[in-house]
Design a protein around this ligand. Structure first.
Ligand code: ADP
Length: 414
């Protein structure tokens, strides 16, 4: 019933607005008609004078006598005594016909506006009407104590982490609030699940090196103290495993800081070519088992965090080295693509990645399930760190890889 009243209100406003529109249109037509008439009469007078006298002269006496139409005349007396008395009734009958036709067309426009205009105005007013309705509903909402208690109850019963339970207050006036809270709960649960998975994956990854170290410690305890070879083997293994663990923990810390928004980027302009050159020099020093080549297609300067982007390049180069036979080539390239976006790429002719694995290589802890990947003992975190860095630079990757042929990973920094 309320609704009907409001619709009625809008209709009456629409009718009023349309009436104003029709009135304005009517007056506009009237003015146009008057101007049209004046122009036609003026032209006719000028034309008559010219054809009678030969030219248009300023100094002449003119008299228009258009009523009654049957005997209407236009009289001009020139200085030299020449006089023209021209019958105007034929012209006036024609003028009347023109005005009637124009008037009929205008009348059709006015009629259309009267009939359909209100509906159009109502359509325009519709959103306003909805706002008014919502405002009225809100102002009429009674926040009595009981409602507040039921809201409190519903919120306190819900667990933000464990279940997929949703809040339900059972009051239509709280529908919007209910939806907002449920969406917030979904997001909280999502992020909680992600965190829980991260912690569980991380613990799982740490268990292996700890077990290995524990195993060697036990072995030393039992037999190793006096046995040189056991001592040597154990020390080597413990050193390598603790190194792995250190790397893993450092990578985990980096990702955790990233997730918590604690890693700040220091953006500055720098030469991408210089940075890649530095990475190559470092890699040559650490790794003499591969042949490093640099192709600098174009000197490019980019804006970004030079430290983090260098870390990305290192991750890609380390992977290329890890998954490529000794003696093979690793090629780094910098330049711009056809869209002018700066890029750097790292290409190897190593073991390659399975097509179905490519979409997953940037996931945390993902490692392709091949013997050689397992043997190389990566953490599966390198590329997820690289992805975090490039995402935070609004950049993107492209990966081209073929099994047993090689891999090229390109980083674009638009
Ligand atoms: P990892 O520490 O295991 O190298 P990453 O996140 O850096 O972890 O890489 C994830 C996986 O992607 C690797 O385990 C490997 O299977 C695959 N991968 C990455 N780079 C290459 C590459 N250049 N050649 C072959 N496989 C690669």
């Amino acid at each position: 019933m309320n609704k009907r009243r409001k619709t009625k209100n809008v209709t009456s406003i629409a009718i009023k607005l349309n009436a104003i529109k029709v009135r304005d249109l009517f007056f506009k037509f009237l003015i146009i008609d008057a101007i049209l008439m004046a122009i036609l009469i003026g032209l006719w007078c000028i034309e008559s004078e010219k054809s009678f006298y030969g030219e248009l002269v300023n100094n002449a006496e003119r008299a228009i006598n258009f009523y009654p139409i049957e005997t209407a005349t236009y009289t001009v007396i020139w200085d030299d005594g020449k006089t023209m008395v021209k019958a105007a009734s034929y012209f006036l009958y024609n003028l009347r016909k023109i005005i009637i036709i124009v008037g009929m067309v205008e009348g059709i426009f006015l009629l259309e506006e009267i009939i359909f205009g209100t509906a159009r105005v109502r359509k325009i007013l519709k959103p306003l009407n909805e706002i008014a309705e919502t405002a009225e509903r809100l102002s009429n909402m009674v926040f009595d104590e009981e409602k507040f208690h039921s809201l409190e109850d519903a919120i306190s019963k819900i667990s933000p982490v464990a279940s997929d339970e949703r809040i339900h207050i059972g009051d239509s006036e709280f529908k919007g609030l209910e939806d907002a809270i449920n969406k917030l709960l979904d997001r909280m649960r999502d992020s909680y699940r992600q965190q829980a998975r991260f912690v569980s994956d991380a613990s799982h990854e740490l268990r292996t090196p700890i077990s290995v170290i524990q195993g060697y410690a036990n072995m030393l305890d039992r037999w190793g103290k006096s046995d040189e070879s056991v001592l040597d083997e154990s020390i080597t293994a413990i050193k390598s495993e603790s190194e792995n663990m250190k790397n893993l923990v450092e990578q985990l810390l980096f990702l955790a800081r990233g997730i918590n928004g604690k890693t700040q980027l220091t953006i500055e302009e720098f030469s991408l070519s210089n940075m890649i050159n530095e990475v190559i020099e470092e890699s040559k020093m650490i790794d003499d088992k591969h042949v490093y080549t640099y192709i600098n297609l174009e000197e490019v300067n980019v804006y970004g965090d030079v430290g983090l982007l260098k870390q990305t390049a290192r991750i890609l180069v380390e992977n290329a080295a890890k998954y490529t036979e000794t003696g093979e080539k690793i090629v780094l390239k910098t330049g711009r693509n056809s869209k002018g976006e700066p890029y750097f790429s790292v290409q190897d002719n190593g073991i390659g990645i399975d097509t179905e694995d490519i979409p997953h290589i940037f996931e945390r802890f993902f490692r392709a399930d091949t013997a050689r990947v397992r043997k190389n003992g990566g953490t599966g975190l390198g590329l997820s760190i690289a992805k975090w860095i490039i995402d935070n630079h609004n950049g993107y990757f492209s990966v081209v890889s073929r099994k047993e042929i090689g891999t090229r990973i390109t980083v674009y920094l638009p």
